[in-house]
Design a binder for this molecule. Sequence first.
Ligand SMILES: Cc1ncc(COP(=O)(O)OP(=O)(O)O)c(N)n1
Ligand SMILES: Cc1nc(C(=O)O)sc1CCOP(=O)(O)O
Ligand SMILES: [Mg+2]
Length: 231
Amino acid sequence: MTDLPIDDDPLGPLDPDFANRFERDPRRPACQLYLISPLEVGGGFPDRLRRALDAGAVAAFQLRLKDIDQHEAARLAEPLQRICADAGTAFIVNDSVALAKRIGADGVHLGQDDGDPREARERLGKDVQIGVTCHDSRHLAMEAGEAGADYVAFGSFYPTTTKAVQHRPEPTVLGWWTTLFELPCVAIGGITPQNAPPLIEAGADFIAVCSAVWGEDEVAAVRAFDAVLRG
Ligand SMILES: Cc1ncc(COP(=O)(O)OP(=O)(O)O)c(N)n1
Ligand SMILES: Cc1nc(C(=O)O)sc1CCOP(=O)(O)O
Ligand SMILES: [Mg+2]
């Protein structure tokens, strides 16, 4: 993941073997940016991604495609995965353990109907990051933690047009989670640079964003998130 300047950090450099993990680390901002892809990632999208990752610190990028066969998804993933690797950004595949394994992704994100995190762990191994959607549920989050997830995701905090959503957590769930558990939490849903601060202050370890970056000028948007996240 993209780091703060670390060469002169008194804690020393991040171990490159652990650089793409979802972990709290005092050498990184307390809350980091996690980009979710639009559904269309062909055409000029790789250039947009490169520009976005150059514009500020982006910890992770999720390839979120729907209704697409795995060969086509793997073909579309290839340039994006390379761009993320060059930028030190973790490359996460949405929904599909099979695709994540096939392309050697850094992680997979699983919704409640996307499969069992324990099976995903068996298939992907200990080094691949597994994230789990938990909506507004403390119970689901604790279950995901027990199942070996590397992060839990709560949402949708704000209205979104990217996806039909049925849950609206309060930011307090983030504070509850971070106070009790080491496992990082992700906040998602309708997040913009303007409405992000209450989620950051409540304790989100990551904010996951789609339309506020790809529906806008991606460079200006990542810079605006970067400024908010660096306080
Ligand atoms: C970081 C993150 N959080 C939540 C989701 C939503 O996952 P899911 O509920 O499986 O819905 P889809 O994204 O698959 O439509 C996510 N993708 N990423
Ligand atoms: C993919 C996704 N999952 C959500 C959840 O609540 O689990 S909200 C969401 C959409 C995120 O996109 P945007 O930043 O454009 O709102
Ligand atoms: Mg899903």
